[in-house]
Design a protein around this ligand. Structure first.
Ligand SMILES: [Zn+2]
Length: 91
């Protein structure tokens, strides 16, 4: 079967053309949602060692900085991974 719109080969049992509609499967909102989800997971992952550090060493100046920066870094990493992952599902 051939798509009437783009002329590319489409599986006979396909309801819609994957070449035409494939890019619209994931919207910007989905990508943002994926990023937020990844960021939150990263935040949780980063908070755990930060809390453990605070618990073991107390809120000393250096520990406080690490406990603050670690979840921030993991949040950012998770956010990027989530965005890239959601974007990759797009295509
Ligand atoms: Zn098409």
């Amino acid at each position: 079967m051939q798509c009437a719109k783009c002329g590319l080969e489409v599986p006979a049992d396909a309801i819609y053309c994957p070449h035409c509609t494939g890019e619209r499967k994931t919207t910007d909102r989905d990508v943002i949602r994926g990023g937020i989800k990844g960021g939150l997971i990263g935040l949780l992952i980063g908070l755990l060692p930060a809390l453990v550090l605070l618990y073991i060493y107390g809120a000393e100046r250096g520990i406080k900085a690490i406990a603050f920066i670690t979840p921030f870094i993991t949040f950012t990493t998770g956010l990027i991974i989530g965005l890239v992952k959601a974007k990759r599902d797009w295509k």
